[in-house]
Design a protein around this ligand. Structure first.
Ligand code: TRP
Length: 333
């Protein structure tokens, strides 16, 4: 195998069982990047504390998410898969980076403003510093490439500024400017056909659902809203069912549906049945791998602890350099 170029880092909150939106928007990409990059994938449980009300599902959600990641092809042999809170160096780097971060930069970020708007009663200090912790995640591993959705681009720009400020402030070049690798998949809408697929909106389709549950969810999907009667011609370009066909159905079938829908030769019910069938077919290997993984009750724990161990080797080296660059007492060589 050719020597891998560059390091990828990405993180996702522990949201439990993953859905099609997570898969198409992130996981699929994480899997593909493993061939060309040294990848570090992190379940950001500390970040989750900025917004979650209770931690009672934290363990279960971490467990379920890891199983889905692995079943989808994220490979702990090739990549480092770990939990953020297991590598405490990130908190230390977060504090240090916060000292080179102008507060106004943080409060001006669109993601921060959105959080304040959505939840004005829970504007905690950690929420303001969210992008600093995210920068610490990335910089700790000197990742140069960060696969993210478009909403995270301002965070990456912020991380680059932090690198420049730190390196300038301490006259060093140890921190590396990361670049966003934006996922090309368009936004995946939920079964409501309107809003982004998300667990909290309960408009999602879980990867680990049974074929029957999957079919039931697909049959609930909202199609082209202009198409009211079976005899009305439909417009696949505005239909969320069709956008999933484009991902999960064979090319000839996509063409056929595209033509038949426009001429009202296929109805939405049949179209959804076809999608459910193709989706279930696509998920066969995923589900069988997940069932295999579930047979070993310790697998997730082993993978995540081993991941943390490997992550800490890199993290502790970076932190040593950071402490030396700052010149803390006793660190000068
Ligand atoms: N902020 C990211 C999100 O909400 C999650 C995240 C945390 C992350 N740390 C990261 C993403 C580091 C990429 C790199 O999706």
């Amino acid at each position: 195998m050719a020597e891998k170029q560059g390091r990828v880092f990405s993180g996702a909150r522990p949201t439990g069982r993953q859905h099609l939106g997570n898969y198409l928007g992130a996981i699929k990409n994480y899997v593909a990047l493993q061939d060309d990059y040294r990848c570090v994938y992190c379940i950001v449980d500390v970040h989750a504390l900025t917004t979650i009300e209770t931690t009672k599902d934290l363990e279960l959600n971490t467990q379920e998410m890891t199983l889905d990641w692995m079943a989808a092809g994220m490979d702990p042999e090739q990549s480092i898969i770990f939990v953020q809170s297991h590598v405490q160096e990130v908190m230390e780097l977060h504090t240090i980076l916060s000292m080179v971060t102008p507060l106004g930069k943080l409060t001006a970020l669109p993601t921060f403003k959105e959080k304040v708007r959505d939840n004005p009663d829970n504007v905690n200090y950690g929420l303001v510093g969210y992008p600093v912790l995210m920068s610490a995640d990335i910089l700790l591993y000197k990742a140069d490439t960060v696969p993210v959705g478009t909403d995270q681009i301002p965070h990456l720009e912020f991380a680059r500024e932090v690198v420049r400020s730190f390196n300038h402030r301490y006259q060093t070049n140890i921190l590396v400017e990361p670049h966003a690798k934006v996922t090309e998949i368009p936004k995946v809408l939920g079964i409501d056909g309107e809003r982004k697929m998300s667990k909290s909106l309960n408009n999602h389709i879980e990867l680990a659902a049974t074929p029957e549950e999957t079919e039931k969810r697909v049959m609930e999907m909202v199609t082209d809203p202009q198409r009211i009667r079976r005899s009305d011609p439909g417009d696949p370009d505005v239909c969320n069912v069709f956008s999933l066909h484009k991902v999960f159905s064979p090319p000839e079938e996509i063409d056929q549906i595209n033509q038949d829908c426009r001429k009202a030769e296929i109805g939405c019910v049949d179209c959804k049945r076809k999608l459910a069938k193709n989706l279930n077919k696509h998920l066969v290997p995923f589900r069988s791998k997940r069932a295999d993984l579930e047979k070993d009750p310790d697998i997730v724990k082993e993978v995540l602890l081993d991941g943390a161990k490997r992550a800490r080797v890199i993290a502790s080296k970076t932190m040593k350099e950071v402490r030396e660059a700052i010149g803390f007492y006793g660190t000068k060589v």
